[in-house]
Design a protein around this ligand. Structure first.
Ligand code: AMP
Ligand code: FE
Ligand code: FE
Ligand code: ZN
Length: 280
């Protein structure tokens, strides 16, 4: 039987693998298909597509948009995106600019506390368009300013700590539209993590295509609940490990995976949408 892991990160956001390393790890995990879903970016997709093609692995270009609805944060996955789509690139560039400004602001706050972190060291380490708190934490560890990533988050970066700066979020309904106009499918990510069930009907109304039922942080009960919700609203089913690289020795990639039949259903929907829009 073939399996897919449809939620993965690389160094183009807050993961540590290069796209090539991600594909190598996917091969080791025996996956037939992967989706790259870096936060607020599609920067790694072309490289990952080439690496996957070289080993005959199926690749889905995607992203994970940071969104909100009724003041609740949620993440919206986009699959099968046209990564050259002008509107998509323009919109995510705005979010990336805010993320970059946010790095300056977080470092300024850290400096104000008497901790001499250099902003250049964070950007040098991040080296991507969509930097975030993990890059600040890693730069602090590298400079010997904290002993661990956890310490950086606990003392400075987590919500409510002095260097925490909120991120800009796209409205969830706009996120669904943006993904659609870039030719993709919009999937609600890890609903079990966001206390976001109440918003599902509004998202469905806006054209949400699917929901991530299987995720590293979903319990069996949660997965069953979202499978039921998917059935009720006729949503497609997705799942993935949300691997960010090596965590405690072994990467998560492939530890949560979906049977390939779900990929076939996702592909059928995207093909149907494209032929409908080609007919006008
Ligand atoms: P950002 O998008 O910049 O707000 O960063 C969010 C990312 O930081 C998450 O995707 C996690 O990878 C990471 N993160 C959040 N909280 C912690 C924590 N307490 N310790 C380590 N990493 C964390
Ligand atoms: Fe992340
Ligand atoms: Fe997420
Ligand atoms: Zn993720």
């Amino acid at each position: 039987m073939k399996f897919a892991d449809l939620h993965l990160h690389t160094k183009y956001s807050d993961g540590t693998f290069s796209p090539e390393e991600l594909v190598l790890q996917a091969q080791k995990a025996g996956l037939a298909c992967i989706a790259l879903t870096d936060h607020d970016t599609v920067e790694g997709c072309a490289e990952a597509a080439r690496a996957a093609a070289a080993v005959q692995m199926e690749f889905i270009p995607g992203t994970e948009l940071t969104a909100e609805h009724d003041d609740t944060e949620l993440h919206v996955l986009g699959y099968f995106l046209d990564t050259e789509n002008k509107k998509l690139l323009t919109e995510i560039a705005k979010f990336q600019a805010v993320r970059q400004n946010r790095i300056h602001e977080m470092v300024q706050r850290i400096n104000d506390l008497g901790v001499p972190l250099k902003v250049e060291s964070v950007f040098a380490l991040a080296n991507c368009k969509s930097p975030g708190r993990p890059h600040v934490a890693r730069a602090m560890v590298k400079a010997g300013l904290v002993g661990s990533l956890d310490e950086a988050f606990e003392r400075f970066l987590k919500k409510g700590r002095p260097a925490w700066v909120p991120k800009q979020k796209i409205s969830a309904l706009e996120a669904v539209d943006l993904i659609h106009q870039a030719g993709g499918l919009a999937i609600m990510a890890h609903p079990g993590l966001n206390r976001s069930d109440d918003m599902i009907p509004a998202l469905v109304e806006a054209g949400l295509d699917g929901i991530e039922c299987f995720h590293t942080k979903h319990s069996t009960t949660m997965s069953e609940r979202y499978l039921e919700i998917a059935d009720q609203h006729r949503l497609l089913i997705s799942g993935g490990s949300d691997c960010h690289g090596f965590s405690k020795g072994k990467p998560l990639i492939g530890t949560v995976r979906v049977p390939y039949s779900h990929v076939e259903r996702l592909k059928a929907k995207v093909a149907a949408k494209r032929s409908a829009s080609a007919r006008g």
